[in-house]
Design a protein around this ligand. Structure first.
Ligand SMILES: *[C@@H]1O[C@H](CO)[C@@H](O)[C@H](O)[C@H]1NC(C)=O
Ligand SMILES: *[C@@H]1O[C@H](CO)[C@@H](O)[C@H](O)[C@H]1NC(C)=O
Ligand SMILES: *[C@@H]1O[C@H](CO)[C@@H](O)[C@H](O)[C@H]1NC(C)=O
Ligand SMILES: *[C@@H]1O[C@H](CO)[C@@H](O)[C@H](O)[C@H]1NC(C)=O
Ligand SMILES: *[C@@H]1O[C@H](CO)[C@@H](O)[C@H](O)[C@H]1NC(C)=O
Ligand SMILES: *[C@@H]1O[C@H](CO)[C@@H](O)[C@H](O)[C@H]1NC(C)=O
Length: 831
């Protein structure tokens, strides 16, 4: 149809130029104005299947009819009798054959000089007054659904003229549709897409906002944003003028930037919004972030509260409806506060944000925000040529979206408790140094205080210890010929050294029935464990260590003395030791309920541990490890954490056993490469298993495995899932990504589990088994995550998703003895 129109025009040219309409001329159906360079045409058209006619502007060079402007969009002509002309007052008017006025430019024109209308090559229809070319009216000021290059969208603050786009009703009807694309001038200006009066999508705030016009250059397009007393608006330009492009709000509510492709004669999408779930305005309500987008995964819950906030409606939240958003956990002002930085965000709705003074440094910005109680967040940004600027938010933070394309680092105001949680190096949340200081001073202090008190006790005992050391040295002779004075004395030295007793071998022989196999409790890489009963009735567990510890009697005793000082309710208590020539034994308190694996992996006994108990056990284990890692003076890395090394006392309280053994076996360097791999397949972190590097993060990995095993009741290295080669970790990860993490929960706790706690535990477990040790949280962070309802980072892919083929076992370490039967791998031969 367009082509035929053009042909008609070419055959019936106006007497004057083709692009201008003078008062003595008119345009009827079949006639049109053509801009000078043949870019645009103005005339009558019928969209799609419609039988109505409209006056509009379309591309000449685009073969697919593409209308960019419509005059009488809500007043169609029901036949082909429309006439466009300039009336006696100089206005453009559109009449039909019944002489009804369908549309006009309503300008009041002073003077008598006549006006002319010209269709320009930009697609702008301009009404000029007389020869002085005064612009009376232009179609660019009354856009329909299309923004063309050079056209401004926004508000003229002086005249009140607001230029915005409105979608068509349908492809057949250019009438005013439901969707608006509009500049919002309040706060820091943004562009919005509305559906009716509802905010539907939002651009980020303008980072290049300044009092003078500034241009931002992208590869293909240049954007010109103006915000001053007169005007707040933007326009875009194509860097190459031969590129045909447009921005359009289509009738389905999609805002698109399209580029015409000459090759296949199609409009190509250059950019569009809203595209993803998180693009929808306030998808996750206030104080919550949406994303990162996981387009493949329809079950993924996209919302997470900001640090320091909790779901407003936990029920909706658990039903994966985040629209209610989050609320602040507790009053923050008055407390010591700081900021948690959240990376790669689309800045929150800046309607209630304000720019601070220009050239404010990041720390000045932080101070400015801190000093006003209603300031909730800030962004400090470096703008080329304009220095550092500070944008601060007051009140609600709406519509935060996290994805990898965004460049904003938002600093969210939090109280000190939150700071401590997020300053541990976790993905997406990085605290400032100053914040770490605050965290230490307010949160970690209690923990340190405990350590400090313990330390003071140790200082007090130092003298005792020195005496003891000397005493032990003196006694070593006695031990070698132990028959002497110790005979008949089960517990020696306990009066002078309460931490440790030296046991007499003969009594241990009696207590364990000469290490009878019937008394054997277990076998580990470091030796076997036997149950025993002393003559006073006390039950004990005797660990008979493998030979070749490589240590002399002195060293061994010194180590045992140190380890005996590790006392925590979640560590098995070391009662004493026994040394005789080749024999080295450790004597522990006896745990009637044996080890954790005997419950969780047992079909009948697993029901004895309900969710509450399991959760307490998880927290207990975490506390025990934290104590080993940081609260004890020795900084022990356990290196062989597994469910069989977690024992349960009469009240089912977890107690970690076998700690410090690696130390006894001289593997006592911290964060170093060890030539010996000691650990258990299925619990070993990748850096430890492969590179033989260990650190506290290797223990965190093992803890993560234990946690997932407790929740699932399945062994990480077990063969519960025969169809594929996924490990438990891999299986949980797959389910997690599909949003079905709960499928993994042990069916025997189906009645007792608490949804949010289980989900939280699984997420923490996954955070602990992440491939990169740096990504894993510290035990302190883990404990805080377990005990506080804070927002958790998203876990990255864990290590060891796939099971190693069993025939390949043993190749990982040089010289290590491997076993898949959950037995500690060690270079020491089991007896
Ligand atoms: C026009 O009508 C035809 C046949 O009824 C239909 O296939 C086509 O989709 C319609 N086009 C538009 C734009 O509605
Ligand atoms: C067009 O509208 C006029 C006025 O409402 C009416 O008289 C006329 O019959 C209509 N023509 C057609 C073809 O529907
Ligand atoms: C012209 O003015 C009249 C009355 O003020 C108004 O109803 C009409 O919508 C205006 N037309 C345009 C195209 O602005
Ligand atoms: C994810 O989406 C991509 C592209 O649509 C597809 O090729 C891939 O198979 C999808 N992955 C999954 C796990 O569904
Ligand atoms: C989400 O919850 C809100 C408030 O309870 C409710 O109005 C809305 O309809 C819910 N949305 C969905 C998709 O369930
Ligand atoms: C905090 O900032 C808001 C917004 O700029 C302002 O209205 C309010 O007066 C300020 N309050 C204080 C105590 O400075």
């Amino acid at each position: 149809m367009v082509m035929s129109l053009i042909l008609i025009i070419l055959f019936f040219p106006f007497c004057t130029s083709l692009d201008t309409l003078t008062p003595d001329q008119s345009i009827k159906d079949g006639q049109s104005l053509i801009s000078k360079e043949n870019n645009f045409a103005l005339g009558f058209f019928s969209p799609g299947n419609s039988s109505y006619q409209y006056l509009g502007i379309w591309y000449v060079k685009v073969t697919k009819q593409t209308v960019v402007w419509v005059a009488n969009r809500n007043n169609p002509i029901n036949d082909s009798s429309g006439v466009l002309s300039i009336n006696q007052f100089g206005n453009l008017v559109l009449h039909d054959s019944y002489n009804r006025l369908l549309w006009s430019t309503n300008v009041s024109i002073q003077g008598t000089t006549s006006s002319v209308a010209q269709l320009q090559d930009s697609g702008n229809l301009v009404l000029f007054q007389g020869n002085n070319k005064l612009v009376l009216w232009q179609s660019f000021d009354c856009p329909t659904d299309t923004l063309l290059p050079g056209m401004r969208l926004g508000l003229n603050r002086i005249t009140g003229l607001d230029r915005f786009l409105t979608s068509w009703k349908s492809k057949d009807d250019p009438g005013t549709g439901d969707y608006f694309h509009k500049m919002n001038p309040t706060g820091s200006p943004q562009i919005f897409l509305y559906k009716g009066s509802t905010l539907y999508w939002r651009s980020g705030p303008w980072p290049w906002q300044t009092s003078s016009p500034a241009a931002i250059v992208s590869l293909d397009f240049k954007y010109d944003f103006v915000n001053n007393e007169d005007e707040v608006s933007y326009a875009y330009f194509a860097n190459d003028p031969s590129i045909i492009s447009r921005v359009v709000v289509d009738n389905s509510g999609l805002l698109q930037k399209l580029v015409w492709n000459d090759g296949d004669l199609q409009w190509k999408e250059f950019w569009s919004a809203p595209k993803y779930r998180c693009d929808k305005y306030a998808q996750c309500g206030a104080f919550s972030k949406c994303g990162p987008e996981s387009p493949n995964n329809s079950n993924w819950f996209e919302c997470a509260c900001l640090p320091g906030y909790e779901p407003k409606s936990p029920r909706d939240w658990s039903l994966r409806n985040g629209s209610e958003g989050c609320v602040r956990k507790e009053s923050m002002c008055g407390n010591e506060e700081g900021f948690v930085m959240m990376k790669r965000l689309k800045g929150p709705d800046s309607s209630n944000a304000a720019w601070m003074d220009m050239s404010m440094s990041s720390s000045e910005c932080e101070q400015a925000c801190l000093s006003n109680c209603s300031c909730t967040a800030f962004i400090s940004m470096n703008i080329d040529g304009m220095g550092t600027r500070c944008l601060a938010w007051y009140g609600e933070l709406m519509d935060l979206v996290e994805n990898t394309y965004e460049m904003w680092d938002l600093n969210v105001r939090v109280d000190a408790t939150e700071l401590a949680t997020y300053t541990s190096k976790s993905e997406g949340f990085l605290g400032h140094k100053r914040q770490v200081a605050i965290a230490i001073s307010t949160v970690v202090v209690p923990l340190f205080l405990v350590s400090f008190i313990a330390y003071m006790c140790l200082m007090k005992k130092r003298k005792t210890k020195r005496t003891l050391k000397r005493k032990l040295q003196n006694q070593s002779l006695n031990f070698i010929g132990f028959k002497g004075s110790l005979e008949g004395n089960e517990l020696e030295d306990s009066s002078r050294h309460p931490d440790l007793s030296i046991f007499n071998l003969s009594c241990l022989v009696t207590a364990t029935g000469n290490f009878s196999p019937t008394n054997k409790l277990g076998q580990g890489g470091f030796g076997s464990v036997f149950k025993g009963q002393l003559s006073n009735g006390q039950q004990i567990a005797v660990k008979r260590l493998s030979k070749n510890s490589g240590q002399g009697i002195e060293e061994f005793k010194n180590e045992v003395v140190l380890i005996a000082k590790l006392q925590h309710r979640n560590l098995v208590k070391l009662l004493g030791c026994c040394i005789q020539e080749e024999e080295r034994m450790l004597i522990y308190e006896y745990m009637p309920n044996k080890s954790l694996d005997s419950f969780i992996f047992d079909h009948t006994r697993s029901s004895l541990l309900n969710w509450r108990k399991r959760f307490e056990i998880i927290i207990g284990i975490a506390r025990g490890i934290l104590y080993l890692h940081q609260d004890s003076r020795l900084r022990i890395i356990h290196r062989d954490l597994k469910t069989s090394n977690v024992l349960l006392d009469g009240e089912m309280n977890p107690k970690i056993s076998d700690f410090g053994i690696a130390r006894i076996f001289k593997g006592d360097q911290i964060q170093d490469k060890t030539t010996r791999v000691v650990g258990t397949y299925g619990y070993m972190s990748p850096e430890y298993a492969i590179f033989e590097k260990f650190s506290t993060k290797s223990d965190v990995f093992s803890f993560g495995v234990i946690l997932l095993e407790i929740v699932s009741g399945k062994k990480n290295n077990g063969s519960y899932h025969k169809q594929d080669s996924l490990t438990l970790i891999g299986h949980v990860w797959e389910l997690w990504r599909e949003g079905r993490a709960l499928d993994i929960v042990d069916s025997s706790i189906n009645d007792s589990f608490v949804y949010h706690e289980v989900v939280r535990c699984i997420q923490i477990g996954l955070l602990c088994v992440q491939e990169d040790a740096m990504d894993r949280p510290t035990m302190l962070a883990v404990l805080l995550m377990l005990s506080c309802e804070t927002t958790l980072p998203s876990p990255k892919q864990p290590a060891f998703i796939f099971r190693r083929p069993t025939n390949d076992l043993g190749s990982i370490t040089g010289g290590g003895v491997y076993s898949i039967n959950d037995v500690t791998i060690t270079e020491f031969e089991a007896r």
